[in-house]
Design a protein. Structure first.
Length: 198
């Protein structure tokens, strides 16, 4: 019996396969199907059953790709705004942007973050990606104490990444309301910045 190739919707022809798979995963999560199977994913992306495995290797890797998509959106939005002149204001702007990105699709984002914290999932590049966001926000450290600027630029991207992820995990678990998430994330950033101000 001949194999039937999945039909690609007209608007999706020519779109890179990886992109279609990630988009399909996002749609499934948006529909509340966090427990989707790879078969569901392949069907939603109009690709063969093996394609999601060939492109990503596992469902966890797809979730890492979705996380990277969120951080990329945060970085792009930060780059698109006329930046404040100093690092502390840019960091607080980055926190605001990051919170807004997460709140735009809470069902999707909570599902992705739940997967990132799953034991046994292959390690991804979430920390590296997150640190890049905070390094972008810090820039050259304008507005930080000159005597501690080098130290700030060396340690704050890590600390901001760890701290934001911590606040995010409590929001993901439903322990923080959306408003408390925003306030806690901002307070966390201010506390970390405080020791590096004049």
């Amino acid at each position: 019996m001949p194999r039937i190739k999945p039909s690609i919707p007209p608007g999706k022809r020519g779109e890179p396969v990886r992109q279609r798979v990630i988009d399909a995963a996002e749609r499934l999560l948006r529909d509340g199907k966090a427990d989707f199977s790879m078969r569901d994913l392949a069907s939603g992306a109009s690709v063969s059953f093996a394609t999601p495995f060939n492109q990503f290797g596992s469902k966890a890797a797809i979730m890492h790709a979705l996380s990277a998509r969120r951080i990329d959106a945060m970085m792009q939005r930060l780059a698109d705004v006329s930046e404040p002149a100093n690092a502390p204001e840019r960091v607080l702007l980055a926190v605001d942007i990051a919170v807004r990105v997460m709140l735009e699709e809470p069902i999707v984002n909570r599902a992705v973050l739940g997967w990132l914290g799953t034991a046994g999932a292959p390690p991804g590049q979430v920390l590296t990606h997150s640190k890049a966001l905070w390094a972008l926000a810090l820039g050259e450290g304008e507005g930080l104490a000159k005597a501690r600027r080098a130290q700030a630029l060396a340690c704050l991207p890590d600390q901001l990444a760890f701290a934001f992820r911590g606040v995010l995990s409590f929001w993901t678990a439903g322990e923080l309301s959306d408003e408390a998430f925003a306030l806690s994330a901002s307070a966390m950033a201010k506390a970390l910045l405080l020791r590096f101000l004049e």
